[in-house]
Write a protein that binds this ligand. Sequence first.
Ligand code: ZN
Length: 202
Amino acid sequence: MAQNLAGPEIERLIQLLARVPGLGPRSARRAVLHLMKKREDLLHPLGEAMRIAAERIVTCSECGNLDTMDPCSICRDPRRDPSILVVVENVGDLWALERAGAIRASYHVLGATLSPFDGVGPEDLSLPKLVERATGGSVKEVILALNATVEGQTTAHYITDLLTEAGVKVTRLAHGVPVGGELDYLDEGTLSAALLSRTAIG
Ligand code: ZN
């Protein structure tokens, strides 16, 4: 094993940063070197920002989003349409949909998707709260924005059964040709899904 190049405080920083998705030991080392050079401009403000965030980040008791207030900024936003509830697996998916900016709806974060193989069952998902919100009166449509994976689609079926029984309208994201996509390059599963999800023009 290579010898440590720096003191234990710096090695610890590198080890912690290396656990961040998108970074690895090499990138973490490079990032720490940069932070060490930019102590005043970057390392001190970053340390302070992380300390404050670590103290204040909470899970929204309404939707499951992560924020520094409960209810979260999205749940407090009066410009959102409370009749549409978008169900996502995790906060990253919520952020992705918000970046797209296509809809100003409310959200519900499940926290996981069903995966019997990995021992993830319905009790591990935020389902009772979803049913409570969906049947509370103001919601007219629940949009399932789940991954087009086996786990995502198993979860979508489960929730559809649960909410349809309760008389709630459930829709899901279309599956198919990506924007800018060329048919020739698509896999058979995507092409079949696109054909089955075809919509009328005009
Ligand atoms: Zn919220």
